[in-house]
Design a protein. Structure first.
Lengths: 284, 280
């Protein structure tokens, strides 16, 4: 297995850093999947995560100037690594003013992702900073656990209000209750509600954009759902805040798909990357 | 911005609205040292009282002129409420945003919840906060006629003095006198004795009227909460009455440059012969 990639554009380095910083705020450990065209950050749905799962993919060509890999085998030309995102963030911190950044899969005492950062210096030679980040290689037989979840058959899909507004509100609501109910309808109305013995607080947004339904032949639950009826999901507010807190990607849009009383699915769209985040509901 | 129609308002015992919710939450910060407060509403406005250990009481006054609309249909309304929750609701859109949150509060009488509606940038939050049976609040019987010593000074001066106090001391001894040292804060902690004097001719002192030397001790951890008020205030008026009871009145300006008052009362810690005792 071999992997080496190089970035020389400082904008691409910053952009990649923002993506990894966002991922590291969402979760501690995740799986990095490398294919010829794309790089994926995956957190599969596991009990240990409290049911939260994440899928982020980016087109490597939009970030890297050079990118070569040889996967597990010819038919399965992919590499799966288990990484701690925060370690990569630390390595990328050194690269914020770099002339170039190289990433390689290496074998030191354990398999590592080695980050070589070329920094400008006063002398004519560049300074080289190297970070070796231990990773574990995920064997081929386990790859099945990391498949992309199907887009859920949601009842309502809506574009969220600005993340900053939601974050301010959710931070206050977190001090009132552990659980938050998010609801929306196909008319563009959305609510965030907490309810305890002492207080009930509901925030309403209106005139939100409703993403157009992409027509497929299958019957979807959203087609049967009445236009002005709210679909809702009650989730642990800290998981929702975790999703909001790390956002550094400045997405073009954030779509929230609600599967009534089952799950929330967030979908961030940006030119180069897409990120999906599932939060399951908690029992009432 | 219309939050409610006139006809819906008619039934409420208390209905008030304000364009900037921070003009309420800012003043309440100055008395927020316990999680419960008693709210008194009259035609003059709101008084919010917080007490501790039957020795200290803080009152925040928000006069009706601070509100854009203020309608009360009873002579007086009293209820107890969780102040932590009230402050979270008032700041629901974030307390430091440059834009302002408009707020309407409604109370329908005994046993009903306090209902708040807050709006900012098109998003609206409705909160319903349970109210509780009001407890008897203390009457410190502090009257201006019994004041022996009175000093008005700039708040930043007292703020500095409070921040420098030795926190290992259990008591704070306050001496006010027509003679030197005029105004003294003294502590007796693990590091030893220390005192901070503010002379009557200091540029920080705006008014000084002391009839007799008085020196009283107060429990320092009871006075600690008043630091919240001194941090927000422009001026403070310190008064001591014939029993040695302390009144600290803080003048706080809100974002519309209106002045609101917060008053702390504290009783002395022990019997102390203050009339003849020389200042220490």
């Amino acid at each position: 297995m071999r992997f080496r990639a190089k970035v020389v554009s400082i904008d691409c380095i910053h952009h990649f850093t923002n993506v990894v910083n966002t991922i590291s705020k969402l979760l501690k450990k995740c799986t990095l999947r490398l294919t010829l065209d794309k790089m994926y950050f995956i957190l599969p749905d596991q009990v240990s995560n409290g049911g939260v799962s994440m899928w982020c993919e980016l087109k490597q060509a939009n970030f890297f100037d050079e990118y070569q890999m040889d996967g597990a085998s010819k038919e399965h030309n992919e590499i799966y690594l288990e990484i701690v995102a925060e370690n990569i963030c630390r390595a990328l911190k050194s690269a914020q003013n770099a002339k170039s950044l190289k990433i390689k899969l290496t074998k030191k005492q354990t398999p590592c992702l080695t980050f070589e950062v070329e920094l400008p210096s006063i002398a004519s030679n560049s300074r080289l900073v190297t970070h070796d980040i231990p990773v574990s290689v995920i064997p081929r037989r386990l790859w099945g656990e990391y498949e992309e979840q199907e887009m859920p058959d949601f009842h309502v899909s809506i574009c969220m209000p600005p993340m900053k507004t939601l974050k301010n509100i959710a931070e206050r609501l977190k001090n009132l209750s552990t659980y938050l109910t998010i609801a929306a309808n196909q008319d563009g109305d959305m609510t965030m509600k907490v309810e305890t013995e002492l207080v009930s607080a509901t925030t309403r947004f209106q005139h939100l954009e409703v993403p157009p339904v992409t027509s497929t032949d299958e019957e979807t639950q959203s087609k049967d759902w009445p236009q002005n009826e709210f679909a809702s999901a009650r989730v642990d507010i800290r998981k929702f805040l975790q999703f909001l807190a790390g956002q550094q990607i400045n997405p073009y849009k954030v779509i929230c798909n609600i599967v009534h009383e089952t799950a929330l699915h967030f979908f961030l769209i940006h030119d180069d990357i897409s990120l999906q985040y599932f939060i399951p509901t908690v029992a009432v | 911005m219309v939050l409610m129609t006139q006809s819906e308002e008619e039934n409420f015992a208390l209905s008030a609205s304000i364009d900037n919710a921070r003009n309420v939450s800012h003043i309440l910060k100055a008395v927020h040292f316990k999680d419960t407060a008693t709210v008194f509403a009259t035609e003059n406005g709101l008084k919010v009282t917080v007490e501790d250990s039957k020795c200290i009481q803080a009152n925040a006054f928000i006069q009706e002129q601070v509100f854009q609309e203020y309608v009360i249909r009873e002579d007086s309304i009293t209820f107890r409420i969780n102040l932590d929750i009230l402050q979270e609701c008032l700041s629901i859109f974030g307390s430091s945003s440059p834009s302002t949150t408009a707020m309407r509060m409604m109370y329908n009488g005994y046993g009903t919840p306090l209902v708040l509606t807050l709006e900012e940038d098109g998003a609206v939050t409705d909160c319903s906060i349970k109210t509780q049976e009001p407890d008897q609040t203390l009457d410190f019987e502090f009257s201006a006629a019994n004041v022996i010593n009175k000093v008005i000074m700039k708040a930043e001066c007292l703020k500095e003095a409070f921040n420098e106090l030795d926190v290992t001391s259990e008591v704070l001894q306050i001496t006010m006198s027509p003679d030197a040292p005029y105004f003294r804060l003294a502590t007796y902690g693990l590091l030893g004795q220390s005192h901070n004097d503010i002379p009557k001719d200091s540029s920080m002192v705006e008014y000084f009227e002391c009839g007799q030397t008085q020196s009283n001790r107060y429990r320092l951890n009871l006075l600690k909460p008043s630091v919240k008020a001194v941090n927000l205030a422009n001026k403070v008026c310190i008064r001591m009455d014939h029993r040695g009871f302390l009144s600290l009145q803080y003048m706080i300006k809100n974002e519309n440059a209106q002045v609101c008052f917060v008053e702390y009362y504290c009783c002395p810690d022990e019997e102390f012969e203050d009339d003849n005792e020389p200042a220490m």
